[in-house]
Design a protein around this ligand. Structure first.
Ligand SMILES: Cc1cc2nc3c(=O)[nH]c(=O)nc-3n(C[C@H](O)[C@H](O)[C@H](O)COP(=O)(O)OP(=O)(O)OC[C@H]3O[C@@H](n4cnc5c(N)ncnc54)[C@H](O)[C@@H]3O)c2cc1C
Length: 423
């Protein structure tokens, strides 16, 4: 029987954005606002669904990004619970918050479509189309239009943790290390809606941490995040342990549900291992490993990076060299903090209970403001000076994390070159 001939439709645009997460939507808003024909291809049926993230964030940077206040629930208290000790930090003004993911991502989508971008849902991107050795579009399976050959001047890889176009182009390594997370959204009227909490230690999250994030309306997100390959534990088993710990505090049976279940994966990349731009291809968000791996927090970073990328793409129409301004601006704004977060992440993955208790005692000794900078991965020189004066041990241990990470990287490079020589 002869095979049916599937005709492919051609779609031309100036910017093809792969992925309708925060990074892709923020990029699309900027390129569309600059008058570039922009199309976002999202494989799922809706923006912000399914939820694959937890939404923990910080009020100040979200306000600076212009995200509407209705998109988050604020907390005034952050508690870190170790095997034997705990640290509690209270904030007069709301400091941390938990994002309503659908509301936030859909607000970003509204911004993009209002600026003139098109969003195509159930539109799955396959591989890049190359012309003259550089990306010139993508192949797409679109639920409404069928197979598409999309031709574009620039392709934006905003595909999240896979970063599959960037990887194929050799702009980033594979996810040799990644955080896996599983979370239940529960009804928990007795949980203090003003408090977010973290649990650390072998009994609850070996090589990771557990969390309780309130989001208003008596809802509570309980989750476990673990770094692979260091941790081999099963998040679903640990989630039971965490739920018991929470119910020990607020009463047996005081959490009901789940009403939702979320799971996902976040890359743990050293920011220096990733190239953000190449002719015809730009990488943003998790695809470029742009989150903080200290607490596994990437949403606000993805939005900020998307905006920088979108503006640079627009500017590159007049002068192609302007594309690299995205890379420069991003590294200037975040590289120091994200490198340090990566170094600390590498170190704490092997922490045992006594290490956690020591670290939590150190955190407890910090002022709420100093501790807040740690939670928010904001290690300014002013912060380091202040902490160095009052708590030199903490600065020494951060420095040790940096040294250990450099050593591990050198060793990995030597191992790679040895195995290359051997093959
Ligand atoms: C369990 C877990 C908990 C987390 N908790 C937090 C937290 O509390 N706070 C925080 O700030 N960050 C958190 N993060 C990280 C945060 O989710 C990411 O940093 C953020 O989502 C990155 O945004 P992005 O747009 O780069 O990628 P994503 O949000 O992953 O968006 C990528 C989009 O691309 C689409 N896509 C992928 N492949 C294709 C394809 N081939 N064709 C078309 N579309 C495609 C996907 O469907 C998706 O919509 C967490 C991550 C995980 C896994």
């Amino acid at each position: 029987v002869p095979k049916a001939v599937v005709s492919r439709t051609r779609l031309d645009c100036e910017v093809a954005v792969v992925g309708g997460g925060p990074a892709g939507l923020a990029t699309a808003r900027e390129t569309a606002a600059a008058g570039l024909k922009t199309v976002v291809f999202e494989r799922d049926h809706a923006i912000g669904e399914p939820v694959r993230t937890s939404g923990g964030s910080f009020v100040k940077p979200l306000v600076a990004l212009g995200i509407p206040r209705r998109c988050w629930h604020e907390v005034h208290r952050i508690r870190v619970v170790g095997p034997a000790v705990q640290a509690v930090k209270n904030y007069r003004r709301p400091f941390g918050c938990v994002l309503d993911i659908r509301a936030t991502y859909q607000w970003l989508a509204e911004q993009a479509v209002d600026a003139g971008a098109e969003i195509r849902l159930k539109s799955h991107v396959g591989r890049a189309i190359e012309v003259g050795g550089r990306p010139a579009g993508v192949e797409v399976r679109d639920a409404l239009l069928g197979p598409l050959d999309v031709r574009s001047d620039v392709v934006v890889d905003a595909s999240g943790h896979t970063g599959f176009l960037a990887r194929a182009a050799g702009m980033r390594p594979a996810n040799e290390r990644a955080a896996v997370g599983l979370e239940l959204e529960l009804h928990a009227p007795r949980w203090n809606q003003d408090e977010a909490a973290f649990w650390l230690g072998d009994h609850v999250a070996p090589g990771g941490y557990g969390w309780a994030f309130p989001l208003g309306g008596d809802r509570l997100r309980l989750g476990i995040g673990l770094v692979r390959p260091e941790s081999r534990a099963e998040p679903r088993d640990l989630l039971q342990v965490l739920r018991q710990l929470v119910e020990r505090e607020i009463g047996a049976g005081a959490t009901t549900g789940p009403i939702e279940q979320h799971s996902g994966l976040m890359p743990v990349l050293d920011p220096r291992q990733v190239r953000l731009t190449a002719p015809g291809l730009v990488v943003v968000g998790d695809a470029a490993g742009q989150g903080s791996t200290l607490l596994g927090e990437g949403i606000r970073y993805a939005i900020a990076a998307g905006r920088m990328a979108g503006r640079a793409i627009a500017a590159s129409r007049a002068d192609p060299r302007a594309l690299s301004s995205y890379d420069d601006q991003w590294r200037r704004a975040t590289q120091r903090d994200l490198r340090l977060a990566h170094a600390v992440n590498t170190r704490i993955c092997s922490f045992r209970d006594e290490d956690w208790d020591r670290a939590i005692r150190r955190l407890d000794a910090l002022t709420p403001r100093q501790a807040g900078a740690v939670f928010a991965t904001s290690f300014s020189p002013g912060w380091a000076m202040g902490v160095a004066l009052s708590h030199p041990g903490l600065i020494r241990s951060l420095a040790r994390a940096g040294v250990a990470e450099r050593r591990a990287r050198r060793q990995a490079a030597m191992d790679r070159s040895r195995s290359n020589l051997a093959t």
